[in-house]
Design a protein around this ligand. Structure first.
Ligand code: ZN
Length: 72
């Protein structure tokens, strides 16, 4: 039933978490389908592998921001 809604009206995605300024994770309010931003800036399904990549990316991003802060 939930999936039918998405098929008729498209997914209703909201930002679930912001990995970096450019990479975000999205989730559909209706069916729970998850998407993320690929290296090319396209929306792709959020797989377990992709989630791991995002986690690494997030750590790197935070580290880099800290380094930047210290530089000033
Ligand atoms: Zn959906």
């Amino acid at each position: 039933m939930k999936n039918l809604y998405c098929r008729l009206f498209n997914h209703d995605f909201i930002i679930k978490s912001e990995i970096t300024k450019f990479v975000k994770e999205y989730t559909c309010l209706n069916c729970g389908k998850q998407l993320t931003t690929s290296d090319q800036g396209e929306l792709i399904p959020l797989t377990d592998k992709r989630r791991e990549t995002n986690e690494e990316l997030r750590k790197l991003y935070i580290k880099r921001r800290k380094l930047k802060k210290n530089a000033y």
